[in-house]
Design a protein around this ligand. Structure first.
Ligand code: ADP
Ligand code: MG
Length: 226
């Protein structure tokens, strides 16, 4: 099991009390599958991803990534685990304005022990996989919104993560482009045997994913089909 959340509870300070963002959430995501997490704004979706990404430690419960349970790991060990095993795609891809598409990917490679030439080859192969081989030398302002999001996806795959966490990748895209991004993520997940969590408040794109769960007020429940 590549990603395994067990009884995760997360609270935030809220005035004099605490707000429960995640309430005993358990989620298992097998390799080679996409689990979509749907729910309204404020239901806890991004909090769930932040915990799964080991960026936020839960108040209670455990997170296991690639066989490693994260509680008790040092900051440095968590950073190494993230680099080795976790790819994250944010709502906005946050590309660096001065870098070309292929360079956005190459800057991720510093940690994998690959030489610059191998890193560039890998970056080009990933851009090809997301349909952007011809745009490799373009900078962000020369790309469309959908193309930028696909660069963000390719970048997240640069270190060959076993866990891929994706937060509302379609929110800035029209329906056709959003559906294409979800289809692409699903195809890449199956090809690369990643364990993918795709968070979205939009159910209309979810025909291709393997499982849908719903989060409401921090609690997870089966979500039926998209
Ligand atoms: P979603 O991604 O589904 O919109 P979030 O996980 O961002 O939901 O938020 C869940 C709840 O936690 C909301 O009530 C939100 O206001 C609250 N929340 C999120 N992040 C923080 C934070 N850093 N500090 C305090 N409250 C937060
Ligand atoms: Mg969110």
């Amino acid at each position: 099991m590549s990603l395994h959340l067990t009884d995760v509870t997360l609270t935030y300070p809220d005035g004099d009390s605490r707000l429960t963002a995640l309430d005993r959430v358990s989620l298992r995501v097998p390799q080679g599958s996409v689990t979509a997490v749907v729910g309204p704004s404020g239901s806890g979706k991004s909090s769930l991803l932040a915990v799964a990404a080991t960026l936020v430690a839960p108040d209670a419960g455990t997170v296991t990534v690639d066989g490693v349970t994260t509680s008790g790991l040092s900051r440095g060990e968590l950073t190494a685990l993230r680099r080795r095993s976790i790819g994250v795609v944010f709502q906005q891809p946050h590309l660096l304005p001065s870098l070309t598409a292929v360079e956005q990917l190459q800057v991720m490679a510093g940690t994998g022990g690959r030489g610059p030439r191998r890193a560039r080859e890998r970056a080009m192969a990933l851009l090809d996989a997301v349909g952007l081989a011809a745009q490799a030398r373009r900078r962000p302002h020369q790309l469309s919104g959908g193309q930028r999001q696909r660069v963000g996806i390719a970048r997240a795959l640069m270190n060959d993560p076993t866990v891929l966490l994706v937060d509302e990748p379609t929110s800035a895209l029209d329906h056709a482009r959003g559906a294409a991004v979800v289809d692409l993520l699903t195809r890449l997940t199956h090809q690369r045997a990643a364990a993918t969590v795709l968070v979205t408040h939009d159910r209309t794109h979810l025909a291709a994913v393997d499982r849908v769960v719903e989060v409401r007020d921090g609690r997870l429940r089966p979500g039926g089909t998209g």
